[in-house]
Write a protein that binds this ligand. Structure first.
Ligand SMILES: [Zn+2]
Length: 68
């Protein structure tokens, strides 16, 4: 699926390693959705805000990418 925000990146399924939380993330603009959300340009959060709320850094090292 192509990201509705940047229209370039691919949406990947991932897990936040520290919290075990499943998310969707754009590999281009790093916008994050929780898996309960429908991915659209009306939602999605900036990686910095999303990760700061969980006391994690905004690094892709925080994620375990789940291959489809
Ligand atoms: Zn994107």
């Amino acid at each position: 699926m192509i990201c509705p925000h940047c229209l370039q990146g691919e949406i990947l399924n991932a897990r936040i390693i520290k919290t075990n939380e499943l998310i969707k993330i754009c590999d281009e603009c790093d916008t994050i959705w929780s898996t309960s959300e429908t991915v659209s340009d009306q939602n999605g959060r900036f990686i910095d805000d999303f990760m700061k709320q969980r006391n994690c850094s905004s690094s892709w090292r925080e994620f375990d990418i789940i291959k489809a």
